[in-house]
Design a binder for this molecule. Sequence first.
Ligand code: SAM
Length: 194
Amino acid sequence: MAITTDKKSNMKILVACEYSGRVRDAFLALGHDAMSCDLLPTETEGPHHMGDVLELLHMGWDLMIAHPPCTHLAVSGSRWFKDKVKEQAEALIFVQTLMDAPINRIALENPISVISSRIRKPDQIVQPWQFGHGETKATCLWLKNLPKLTPTNIVGGREAVVHRMPPGPDRWKNRSRTYQGVANAMAAQWSNLQ
Ligand SMILES: C[S@@+](CC[C@H](N)C(=O)[O-])C[C@H]1O[C@@H](n2cnc3c(N)ncnc32)[C@H](O)[C@@H]1O
């Protein structure tokens, strides 16, 4: 697959492990050439590659924002770590491969996880309430050649609403969509950097 653009100032952006389309659409709205990639189909219409993101890393992107699965990495599930040593090792290799991708600017996002102890500490931890959503969900960012995100709209409300979502087959999906305010901040603050 070739990635082409007519407008030279546009950035070519890969949003790895995204089915919601939220970060992709925030960059598209600013006129950039953004594409999401996930093993799942995209929930909203837009440029999307359904498949393994590892096949796309060498395609000349200016920026990658990656949301790798946290299932075997998040410390909230640490009581299960002893039963999934192999899965965790594979998940860490996936994260390290994304971090090492030949792309000039990279942001990798995950909750509080063993990435911090096994690979390196995050550059920043953000909360949805810093970006217009009155909820708590500590989100770590590992950054390469990117500035830390500046909060855009600090609001009240400090409830961990995601943890009270009803059980069901879509619970994990509803918990893991990137907050729109965070997606908008990424697009606004990580576009056209010098
Ligand atoms: C925690 S979710 C991230 C969701 C994201 N924040 C969003 O708003 O869509 C992790 C996603 O990684 C995807 N994934 C796992 N391995 C992948 C791979 N090798 N290539 C592409 N996507 C992958 C999963 O299908 C899952 O949807």
